[in-house]
Design a protein around this ligand. Sequence first.
Ligand code: HEC
Ligand code: HEC
Length: 406
Amino acid sequence: MESAQARLGQLLFYDKILSGNRNVSCGTCHHHDHGGGDGLSLGIGEGGVGVGPRRTAGTGPDAIRKRVPRNAPGLWNLGAREVETLFHDGRLSRSDRFGNGFDTPAEEWLPPGLATPLAAQALFPLVAQFEMAGNPRENEIAGAVHDRIDAAWPILAKRVRTIPAYGGMFVDAFDHIERPEQVSIVEIGNALGAFIASEWRNHDSPFDHHLAGDPTALSDAARAGMDLFYGRAGCATCHAGPLLTDHGFHALALPQIGPGRTRRFDPYPRDVGRMGESDRLEDAYRFRTPSLRNVALTAPYGHNGAYPTLRGIVAHHADPLGALDRWTPDLARLPEAPWLSPADFAAAADPREAARHRRAVDITAVALSDADLDALVAFLKALTGDTARTRPLGRPHAVPSGLPVD
Ligand code: HEC
Ligand code: HEC
């Protein structure tokens, strides 16, 4: 059953039928060729053209109206039981608060029956205007979202289940589905969640072989990096455990770029991270500690992709405010969109906002030499699984809607 759901999820993941204007899929931003990310600093959703680092902001009336405010993370090992919180600000978590198993931006409107945090997460890009839904008046999904967040999901479910190939696959994959008409957004979310969990599970890196007792698994440089990571450099204070994350939130003062995540009472183009979700002032500019497995495959780095290299993001940790001063906009991988550029660096250019941002740093500076940085980068590369590039299912060549896959 589970593998039938994952196979169905693989097709849905790459099927643009799930986007309002039938022009974006999950795979557009979480692509197999780019470690499950897109290689860009900030995602380009609805209106963009192409996939991966070559994706452009589009042209004419269909061009993007806003960048996606954050970096599209790789999806490695997110099905692990210890992962109970998703998104850079943790706005989705397991919880009994609304009677549906999760605390999410949809609150009580999230339907019950979603099996895992990944299944619940999958419902949100579908209804996000600049990711997959599109702009009001362009299509029925965007219009419905405008009324209430849960109004679009039944329309999408109907789109999918009325494609005969999908209808039959749902009947085969879910015990309780006897006829395609019974398929709702819950089964779609569960299939996507099953796919992500099995597709991006990966634990066969040189570091794993080392932990299993193979004395030759790590190079000398990686071993030196590991000693720093768990010792003097203090990385394991936050990057701990099997996934090398504490699942907590910390402020590192990464350069602010992009449109930010404005809030109803805070229209300023900045991203306050965890505070946007918790409403606690001490959470300002904090972001979730990412897992570091397969991190070498998922550049650029940080919640907004401010650093194109591992060396750059590690050096930032060691000297956050110095690195912030030295950072230059050419480091960002932002597809050209001159009509958006006034917003791209607005927060950093405002002295009062910049001062607030600089005051919130949770990490202790540590002196790292060039050799230390080399060693740490060698260790981070030793977190790449031997089979990371050969995934169980991969990208499908065609999808049941007949829409182009990339
Ligand atoms: C336009 C690009 C884009 C599309 C399309 C997209 N995503 Fe994402 N995804 C992102 C970005 C950006 C984030 C980070 C958002 C945040 O944390 O605020 C993200 C976050 C996630 C996460 C959470 C990762 C984590 O570590 O917390 C998952 C899981 C995910 N996406 C799955 C999906 C699925 C499933 C789909 C299709 C239904 C999808 N995405 C479509 C860009 C995209
Ligand atoms: C105080 C907690 C903390 C410590 C200590 C810490 N990190 Fe981080 N690390 C984070 C957080 C939080 C982020 C994400 C920050 C953001 O996106 O704004 C991060 C991001 C990263 C990233 C980017 C991952 C990605 O997918 O974008 C790498 C690589 C990394 N850390 C490596 C290290 C190394 C190496 C050290 C030791 C030198 C270290 N970290 C020490 C909390 C920490």
